[in-house]
Design a protein around this ligand. Structure first.
Ligand SMILES: Nc1ncnc2c1ncn2[C@@H]1O[C@H](COP(=O)(O)OP(=O)(O)OP(=O)(O)O)[C@@H](O)[C@H]1O
Length: 530
């Protein structure tokens, strides 16, 4: 994906003080604004003609002021809980004048309407909400877009080129006012200078580096976002940073993207079964010796085995375990054993054939992978091992091999057979951490063995709920699908206010939620040079 050149108009609206908003537009033009709301005071039956007349006179007065004064006004009609409300946005380059101007126009309006219109200056927070409602209202012609267009032309006509596209609603930065001094201090404390942390990028409107500490890593991280939103880039930054603080990193690379993302790293090894290498975690010996049930459950789930097929598989595994030299990068051997299982019931032969048919997708013959000839690559402290499954032609096989590798990696961590702490990054995790895959429950268990997961997905709604619940650090890139946004909102991962922000994040921008902070922070993800 390429980032598009932004030659449009970007507008940042931030709280300046209790009533005043500061608007910064690109190309550079800073102005100040406040919003007054108009309410008709009910005085019995108000004549339509009478109201129209007042409105006409108010508009006339405002127009006169536009000619004479330094201010601009913008009338907003917003759909507010099913009724249309009227607001006036007062714009000025002079922040000192703007409160005075609001008083002036309110007194003009109240006088002209004989006090049948109530005029009130809105607090900054509610002014932002009002603008948001107007902006996201259903009207096809976005009034604010028009406003900003006109406004910028008038205020800074020399600087503005001809393109006026509000193509990116987040440029408004709703809910992201400049960080106030107390909050700034608080954030600096949370993201202190400690070197033993993952540096994610810079927090919006600060020069504070957002960091994830080791405790965040073992409480798991989820990275969500639509295609092209920057998930893999973020995951690759976490991988690099994790090795810097001496983590062992294992990456399940679903699409074969990490070779280019990490091309400049020299502490990295790649494995790809189609090219004859596998991570040592894929030697089935460990999983079958330590937890044969987990192996059976993975196959049962991914290959949708029936109970009789599971039974036959269990018997075959028992037989396999009785064999002295267990070499099960050898699914072929497992199939031989199943073929020769001496179960006598009549149903066996049919189920056996069906089971073998299902297992065939894992065989050397089907995959064109010579399981007996593959080279196993181990994992070392401070290094990254990538398991690239992208060239395996069958999604079920990818899911099985990735699940087995993850399970074995965590077993090795449990039995201290791998250098810890271990960080397992799982790209396209919705293919693996599904509701019925037993692997999903690992996320609630592995912390005590010094293992953290980074779950990367574009479809959080397909993840097992246990996975979403147990990933305490959330990195949310742009998401378009309303189902996925709802999933995050439903889990209270996000407050409703962010619903509109998430689709508009730019590639590499993310809302980051860590347990210590009550609100998400907006982070521009990027490598921080040492
Ligand atoms: N932190 C960043 N800073 C600048 N640009 C970025 C950043 N992250 C991503 N991008 C841009 O967005 C593009 C897509 O990023 P990336 O491949 O990480 O997205 P993705 O969400 O993983 O997409 P996919 O699901 O298709 O793999 C990158 O090629 C890069 O141009």
């Amino acid at each position: 994906m390429h980032s598009t050149k932004n030659n449009g108009l970007s507008i940042y609206i931030e709280k300046y003080d209790d009533n005043v908003l500061r608007i910064e537009s690109y190309p550079k033009a800073i102005t100040y604004s406040l919003v007054v709301s108009l309410r008709y005071v009910s005085r019995g039956k108000v004549e339509h003609e009478y109201v129209k007349n007042i409105e006409h006179r108010i508009l006339e007065s405002l127009l006169n002021r536009v000619v004479n004064a330094n201010q601009r006004y913008f009338l907003l009609s917003c759909l507010d809980s099913n009724k249309v409300s009227t607001y006036i946005m007062v714009l000025s380059k002079e922040k000192n004048e703007i409160n005075k101007e609001a008083d002036v126009i309110c007194s003009i309006i109240e006088n002209l309407s004989n006090n049948s219109i109530n005029c009130k200056v809105e607090k900054s927070e509610s002014a932002i909400n009002i603008l948001k409602r107007c902006l996201y209202g259903d009207s096809i012609e976005n009034p604010l877009k028009w406003l900003l267009n006109v406004f910028s032309k008038r205020m800074d006509s020399n600087n503005i080129n001809n393109v006026f596209l509000l193509e990116h609603p987040l440029s408004f930065e709703w809910g992201y006012p400049n960080i106030e001094p107390q909050k700034y201090e608080y954030l600096s404390k949370i993201f202190d200078n400690s070197d033993n942390a993952i540096r994610l990028g810079i927090i919006h409107s600060t020069n504070i580096t957002a960091k994830l500490k080791p405790e965040h890593l073992v409480k798991h991280i989820i990275i969500v976002g639509a295609t092209g939103s920057g998930k893999s880039t973020t995951a690759s930054i976490i991988a690099r940073e994790a090795t810097r603080i001496n983590y062992t990193v294992f990456i399940i690379d679903w699409h074969g993207e990490y070779a280019s993302l990490l091309s400049d790293c020299n502490n990295i090894e790649y494995t790809n079964p189609v090219e004859g290498t596998i991570p040592s975690f894929l030697n089935l010996k460990s999983i079958i010796e330590y937890e044969p049930l987990a192996f059976i459950e993975i196959l049962e789930n991914v290959l949708e085995l029936t109970p009789p097929q599971v039974h036959i598989l269990e018997e075959a595994i028992k037989a396999l375990l009785n064999k002295k030299a267990l070499e099960l990068y050898d699914i072929d051997l497992l199939m031989d054993i199943i073929q020769n299982t001496s179960l006598s019931a009549r149903w066996v032969s049919e189920s056996r054939e069906a089971l073998i048919r299902k297992l065939k997708v894992l065989s050397s013959e089907y995959l064109n992978i010579k399981w007996r000839g593959v080279r196993e690559v181990g994992i070392e402290k401070g290094k990254i091992l990538v398991f690239d499954v992208s060239s395996i032609p069958n999604t079920r096989v990818k899911r099985i091999l990735a699940s087995i590798a993850i399970k074995t990696a965590t077993l090795k961590a449990q039995y201290n057979e791998v250098e810890k702490p271990l960080l397992i990054i799982v790209d396209e995790a919705h293919n693996i951490f599904t509701k019925n895959n037993p692997i999903s429950n690992l996320i609630a268990e592995v912390r005590k063995w010094g293992v953290g997961f980074v779950i990367v997905t574009q479809t959080p709604s397909l993840l097992a709920p246990v996975v979403l619940r147990n990933a305490n650090t959330r990195i949310i890139h742009a998401i378009k699908s309303s189902i996925d946004i709802k999933t995050l909102l439903g889990l209270s991962i996000l407050k409703k206010e962010y619903k509109k922000v998430i689709p508009s994040l730019k590639p590499g921008e993310a809302l980051v939620i860590i347990p210590e902070l009550p609100e998400p922070i907006l982070v521009k993800i990027g490598l921080i040079s040492s």
